[in-house]
Ligand binder design. Structure first.
Ligand code: FE2
Length: 412
């Protein structure tokens, strides 16, 4: 008999819908594409087909509930992703991986077992599995972004963009306190703890993310072309998820940390620190901090994320214009701090004071406290709503060009 609390139906439903989401992303692939490797520093796509289930199985059933493995070889093969330095590609061949049917059979068996046992697992473990899957939904999206269009099954209509280049003013943010991290008792990954406050001097921040149109001035002065742009003749084309479109001047430019930093320097500005991002996003004139950038009635709170507030949660595969979501503006009028592209910060990914690795997944954050990764905040078009929480932190190497990573600039 189990004494663990019965799993809330909401969590079971969320797991079901997360599975449907990742299944639907795999259906975007033509069968022959499964063994390709769209990004040299990542596994072939076939790895992820097994990884999502292997992760849930290893965490929930084997490590937490002590269930015996029925396929130790697959449990190990699909256990971990890779993150080598850029340029150090893996060398495995398609024939090194099992057949799709074998992996699908493994996956089916795992889902059945997990659903039988889910009630016995602690909620925190289920939340970890759930968010791990949703993070991979985003990873899969940007891996698929880099496949030739002919290897994808869907051709969603491209996002409509304005063509008249907008002005991106600087907005004053008053000095004050930024609360970083997650409250005790709330769900968060280990790197979100402990909650603490940082005092931040006043600064100015761009109202909008830096746009393709703004970045084009930098490229015209000799900066390298971002990965998402394709030079064609004397103009640039944007590499969308399902088709190429003329470069959308008012969409955020997706760049590496190194490119963002170089642009900021060129413009006589800087990237915000993680604490500055928090101030721009969550401060209010009264001194309290919101949970999301936007407010709500009654004043002081934040409505939950919805489509009007920003471009997130898989409503679009590609970025919208930076001024498309005024309903998501912060108290100071800064736009799209959440969604439409993660935002690079100048802060290296490291532990908050009081950091403790999760005992059941000790390497999740700790393996990346290496001075080689930078914090990103906010979220992309394909970041699930639950990970738009204030304390959530993402991180990448400074020269990894494939993520949906935008930036804005600050000056002291
Ligand atoms: Fe993973």
């Amino acid at each position: 008999m189990s004494t663990a609390p019965v799993l809330s139906p909401a969590l079971q439903e969320r797991l079901d819908s997360a599975r449907q989401l990742t299944d639907s992303i795999f259906r975007l692939l033509k069968p022959e594409a499964l063994y390709s490797r769209p990004i040299p520093e990542r596994h072939r796509l076939i790895f992820y087909l097994g990884h999502l289930e292997a992760f849930d199985w290893n965490l929930i059933c084997r490590k937490t509930l002590g269930v015996d493995s029925f396929s130790p070889q697959f449990d190990t093969l699909f256990e971990f992703g890779i993150d080598p330095p850029v340029g150090q590609a893996a060398t495995d061949q398609p024939s090194d991986w099992p057949r799709v049917e074998e992996i699908q059979a493994y996956n089916r068996r795992i889902r059945e077992r997990i659903d039988e046992l889910l009630d016995r697992a602690p909620e925190q473990i289920i939340q970890v599995a759930l968010e791990h899957r949703l993070m991979h939904a985003e990873t899969l999206a940007y891996l698929l972004h880099n496949l030739p269009y002919g290897q994808k099954t869907t051709n969603a209509a491209p996002v409509v963009h304005s063509t008249h280049q907008l002005v991106n003013p600087m907005i004053e943010i008053a000095p004050g306190v930024a609360t970083l991290g997650q409250k005790p008792g709330e769900f968060g990954w280990d790197n979100e703890f402990a909650e603490h406050q940082v005092s931040v001097p006043g600064f100015r921040v761009s109202k909008y993310k830096i746009t393709n149109g703004q970045y084009a001035d930098f490229v015209r002065e000799g900066a390298p072309t971002p990965h998402f742009w394709i030079p064609r003749g004397d103009r640039f084309i944007y590499r969308g998820m399902f088709s190429e479109i003329p470069l959308p001047l008012n969409a955020p430019v997706y760049v590496t940390h190194a490119e963002a930093t170089a642009y900021a320097r060129w413009a006589g500005k800087k990237l915000p620190t993680e604490a500055q991002f928090h101030r721009a996003a969550y401060e209010t004139p009264g001194g309290s901090e919101r949970l999301y950038p936007w407010g709500s009635v009654p004043p002081g709170g934040s409505a939950p994320p919805d489509e009007a507030r920003g471009n997130f949660d898989f409503h679009h595969w590609d970025p919208v214009d930076v001024n498309a979501n005024p309903a998501g503006d912060s108290a100071s009028g800064v736009s799209q701090l959440v969604g439409n592209g993660w935002e690079w910060t100048a802060t290296k990914f490291g532990p908050f004071p009081g950091f403790q690795p999760m005992p059941f997944y000790p390497g999740y954050s700790q393996n990346f406290f290496d001075e080689e990764h930078y914090v990103m905040k906010g979220g992309s078009p394909v970041t699930a709503a639950c990970m738009l929480r204030r304390s959530f932190r993402n991180w990448f190497r400074p020269n990894y060009p494939y993520v949906y990573a935008s930036f804005r600039v600050v000056e002291d």
